[in-house]
Design a protein around this ligand. Structure first.
Ligand SMILES: [Zn+2]
Length: 104
């Protein structure tokens, strides 16, 4: 499978929500950031702020506090954590499993 196929068949919001619950706010999804350090930001823990955004239209995510950002592959790489190749495989497997479930 190509990189484009992997990304077009794995909606970023579904990939993230298989790890993390997000709230829908308008056209975006929002949650606390899994990558923010537990450091203090003027009396508030960074990890408790909802600074993580997923944009379903552009299929990108970004955190406004730690500035990590990227695609579904980048998200998997960081959350697992694993290599680019392993993240790619994992997303490819999600497609295969879904196809099997749907009998395709
Ligand atoms: Zn962050």
């Amino acid at each position: 499978m190509t990189y484009e196929a992997i990304l077009s068949e794995n909606r970023l919001e579904d990939v993230v929500q298989s790890y993390y619950r997000m709230k829908r706010t308008g056209s975006l999804y929002r949650s606390t950031c899994p990558f923010c350090e537990n450091e203090d930001l003027e009396g508030i823990k960074k990890s408790e702020l909802e600074s993580f955004f997923v944009n379903p239209r552009t299929q990108t995510w970004t955190c406004l506090l730690c500035w990590h950002a990227g695609s579904a592959v980048d998200f998997i790489r960081m959350i697992e954590p694993c290599s680019f190749k392993e993240a790619f495989k994992l997303l490819e497997n999600r497609i295969k499993i879904r196809r099997k479930e749907n009998g395709i």
